[in-house]
Design a protein around this ligand. Structure first.
Ligand SMILES: Cc1cc2nc3c(=O)[nH]c(=O)nc-3n(C[C@H](O)[C@H](O)[C@H](O)COP(=O)(O)O)c2cc1C
Length: 356
C-alpha cells in the first residue's frame, strides 16, 4: 500500500523523513478566491491537525493544492509519541453506530482493498517537539505557504493530575500567544483528543470550561482567529450549550475529531497494547455521524444567529462526502486521513468544484 505516512515506522521516522511520495505534481487548477475567517483562500479545502507533522509536510500538501493547512497539535514541552503501532485499520466498511459506545472495533488483519473507503484508528498520544523546535518550524511552514493558503497551528495544554483548572486555561492562552508569535495565522485549541488522559480528551463536553479556554485563547491570539476542535456529541442539547459558551470568543469550531472506541485484535487483546485500549476512529466509518453533528451545529448557528463558523471533518475521501458538508453550510471541509493515501484529492475536488 502506498501512503505518505509509513505506519510501520515510528512517528519520529515519519517526522524526519516523510512525506513518502514518488508520484508527480499535477497542476493545481486555479480557483476563484474565497474568504475563510477573514483571510483570502484559493479554496476552503484543508487538512486538520494530524497528518501535517512539520513544515515539510505542510509544504508538500500545500503544493498539492490543500489551502487550509493545520500544523499538528503542539505543547509547551516535549512529549514523546506512544510506541508502535500508532495507526491500524479497522475491519469494517459500514458506518459505526454512534449510540453504541462500548462496541469494540476489530483491527483488520491486512491492508484495506480500497484505502479511500477504509476506517482506521490512531493512537499517538499527542506527541510534541519542544517549543524551541516547533516555533522556528512554524515560521518555516509560514514561509513555504503559497498565495491563497493559510496556516493554523493546533495547541493543547499538558495538564497532569493535580493541575488546577485555572493553570490549564492559562496554558491554552499562553500557547495561543506562542503559536501566533511563531507565525500562525489562526490558532486552534484541541479540546477533544480521543486517545489521551480523559481530562485532556473530553474538555469539549464541558461547556463552561470550553468557554473559558476560548476566552483565554482569544486573549493569547491577540486578534487572529481562534478555532476549537471538538469531538462527537451524542447529545444535541450539549452542542447548543457549547456553541453558546464559545460564541464571540472563538471564530469557528472544527468538528468532529476521531471518536474514542476500544480497538481489539482477533483474540480480544488491545490492538495498541495494554493501557491504550481506547483510540480515535477515523475515516469512512465516522462520516455519517460527523455529518449529523455538523448539520445540528449549523442549524443551531442559524436559528440562534450565532457568528460562529463550522468547519467540517470526518470521513471525507470522495467528492460526494465534501459536497454533503458544503451543501449543509460548512465554512470549510478538512480531510484528516484520506490525503495520506491520495495526496491529489484537493486537485480532484477543485477540478469538479472550483467554487469550493
Ligand atoms: C495521523 C493523525 C494524527 C492526528 N493527530 C491529531 C492531533 O494531533 N490533533 C487533533 O486535533 N486531531 C488529530 N487527528 C484527527 C484529525 O484531525 C481528524 O479529526 C480525524 O482524522 C478525522 O478525520 P478523517 O475521518 O478525515 O480522518 C489526527 C489524525 C491523524 C490521521
Amino acid at each position: 500500500m502506498v501512503a505518505t505516512y509509513d505506519i510501520e515506522r515510528s512517528f519520529d521516522w515519519n517526522y524526519d523523513n516523510g512525506p513518502v511520495y514518488e508520484g508527480g505534481f499535477p497542476e493545481v487548477p486555479k480557483t476563484p478566491q474565497k474568504d475563510f475567517l477573514g483571510l483570502g483562500v484559493n479554496s476552503r479545502i484543508g487538512i486538520p491537525a494530524g497528518l501535517l507533522l512539520n513544515s515539510r509536510w505542510i509544504e508538500f500538501y500545500g503544493r498539492m493544492g490543500f489551502d487550509i493547512l493545520t500544523y499538528k497539535t503542539v505543547r509547551n514541552q516535549y512529549r514523546p509519541c506512544y510506541d508502535l503501532p500508532n495507526w491500524v485499520f479497522i475491519d469494517r466498511d459500514d458506518q459505526i453506530d454512534p449510540r453504541i459506545l462500548d462496541e469494540a472495533q476489530k483491527m483488520a488483519a491486512g491492508d484495506p482493498s480500497d484505502p479511500l473507503a477504509a476506517t482506521s484508528s490512531v493512537s499517538f498520544g499527542m506527541p510534541s517537539k519542544a517549543p524551541d523546535e516547533w516555533m522556528p518550524d512554524v515560521a518555516a511552514a509560514r514561509r513555504v505557504l503559497r498565495s491563497g493558503q493559510v496556516l493554523i497551528v493546533s495547541v493543547v495544554a499538558s495538564s497532569k493530575p493535580g493541575t488546577s483548572v485555572e493553570d490549564m486555561v492559562r496554558e491554552f492562552g499562553d500557547l495561543a500567544a506562542m503559536a501566533r508569535e511563531a507565525g500562525a495565522q489562526m490558532v486552534e485549541a484541541n479540546l477533544s483528543c480521543p486517545n489521551v488522559h480523559k481530562s485532556e480528551g473530553e474538555i469539549f463536553l464541558d461547556a463552561e470550561l470550553s468557554g473559558e479556554i476560548a476566552a483565554a485563547m482569544q486573549k493569547g491570539a491577540n486578534g487572529i482567529p481562534v478555532l476549537l476542535k471538538l469531538g462527537h456529541f451524542a447529545d444535541e442539547e450539549l452542542i447548543s450549550e457549547v456553541l453558546h459558551a464559545v460564541e464571540g470568543k472563538a471564530s469557528a469550531v472544527v468538528m468532529v475529531n476521531g471518536i474514542s472506541r476500544r480497538v481489539v485484535k482477533d483474540d480480544g487483546s488491545a490492538a495498541f497494547g495494554e493501557g491504550r485500549e481506547m483510540s480515535g476512529i477515523l475515516g469512512r466509518g465516522i462520516h455519517a455521524f460527523s455529518l449529523d453533528n455538523v448539520k445540528s451545529a449549523l442549524e443551531i448557528v442559524k436559528k440562534d444567529r450565532l457568528s460562529l463558523k463550522i468547519v467540517a471533518v470526518g470521513g471525507v475521501s470522495r467528492i460526494g462526502d465534501a459536497k454533503e458538508f458544503f451543501d449543509a453550510g460548512a465554512a470549510a471541509v478538512m480531510l484528516g486521513s484520506a490525503p495520506m493515501f491520495d495526496p491529489t484529492l484537493a486537485i480532484q475536488f477543485k477540478k469538479s468544484h472550483p467554487e469550493w
